[in-house]
Design a protein around this ligand. Structure first.
Ligand code: ADP
Ligand code: MG
Length: 337
């Protein structure tokens, strides 16, 4: 009898010890930081303080290389001196971005920066430029003129490049990879609204990621994801209203120099590779509903939710299986085919 009680107690102690070890193994660490003009939250389950520090350092390192405003960054030098050597991150981001510019027929254009600046989206001092001014500026918008050199890149006089539309996506990929290489099985990163997930939650269930409503304050619904990025470009993120009541937002159609009003008000891309999702959320927003759907049919290596100004929410079939619309959201769900 006594032996059995002792055995039982030992057994319970063993189990409790195991639980504690398990809990310590999955201990949550959260780092908040302000970088790339936005707030970031990195939540890692398991891992170490050293990992958290190295993630933060890596974000700052990427920003120092590609920031368009930071004196001495590769991109700052490119824009001010016409050429630059490129750190490995700059080279990867630029080449990947240029490929997607080409692939989206210029709906994404890394050289649209002077137009973005003219509208005041870089400073918050907004104004509607004259038609003449925009025409003058879009004459210099052409990603094809970004030229690789021996040690970096070169651009013609009058052109300026900004990798801001893809850098957060790239950063998420880099951080997720660092987290995985450290042996961590579960993490979720919020890089200014761009969500990157590593594995699933520690209880084995999918991460549940909310998709914000482009109008009002609520959600359109919740997505279940694992090992994927969820990246949205919305007209609601940065915009201003002019004296005539027109709304102008920060996603520019490089063909016209005006904010893209082709029918899309929110574009969410879900996929394995954050930089591609980030680039496509901007590019497909610019393309408008028909071209965006066409692009998805032609490529199919990503999922999307596209909300239009006609009140429709288009969703790709595989993603629809993992989407729970909010009961109060006003859009008509239409599954793409
Ligand atoms: P955010 O960076 O605000 O989360 P996006 O990833 O959609 O949103 O990137 C939008 C930013 O990219 C804009 O603020 C602007 O600087 C730049 N941009 C706007 N239109 C384009 C475009 N057609 N191609 C490339 N970059 C763009
Ligand atoms: Mg983007």
């Amino acid at each position: 009898m006594k032996k059995r009680v002792v055995a039982l107690i030992m057994c319970i102690m063993f189990l409790l010890g195991g639980c504690q070890a398990e809990a310590a193994k999955n201990e949550e660490r959260t780092t908040y930081l302000f970088a790339m003009d936005t707030t970031m939250t990195i939540r890692v389950f398991g891992g170490s303080d050293e990992l958290m520090q190295s993630l933060q350092k890596r974000v700052n390192g990427i920003e120092n290389e590609v920031s368009v405003t930071r004196e001495g960054s590769d991109i700052y030098r490119l824009n001010h001196e016409g050429s630059t050597n490129a750190a490995p991150d700059t080279e990867v981001i630029m080449n990947r971005a240029l490929k997607i510019c080409e692939d989206t027929e210029g709906a994404l254009d890394v050289s649209v920066y002077p137009v973005v600046r003219e509208w005041g989206f870089t400073t918050g001092e907004y104004h509607v430029p004259s038609q003449e001014k925009l025409e003058e500026l879009i004459a210099f918008v052409d990603y094809k003129k970004v030229e690789p050199t021996e040690e970096g890149f070169r651009i013609p006089d009058g052109m300026a490049v900004d990798l801001g539309s893809v850098t957060k996506g790239y950063t998420g990929d880099v951080l997720a990879e660092m987290i995985r290489s450290d042996g961590v099985k579960s993490a979720i990163l919020d890089l200014g609204g761009n969500i990157h997930t590593v594995g699933k939650k520690i209880n084995g269930s999918f991460w549940r990621v909310a998709v914000r409503s482009p109008e009002g304050t609520g959600l359109v619904g919740v997505l279940e994801v694992a090992d994927e990025a969820v990246i949205t470009s919305g007209g609601y993120e940065r915009f201003f209203e002019d004296e005539d009541g027109n709304i102008w937002w920060h996603i520019i159609d490089p063909a016209t120099g005006y904010p893209a009003k082709n029918g899309v008000i929110s574009m969410t891309i879900v996929g394995r590779e954050g930089i591609r999702c980030d680039a496509l959320s901007t590019a497909l927003f610019v393309m408008g509903p028909e071209r965006a759907a066409e692009y998805w049919r032609a490529h199919g290596d990503f999922e999307m939710i596209m909300i239009t100004d006609s009140g429709d929410l288009f969703i790709t079939p595989a993603l629809n299986e993992r989407f729970t619309p909010d009961a109060a959201m006003p859009y008509h769900v239409k599954v793409l085919g």
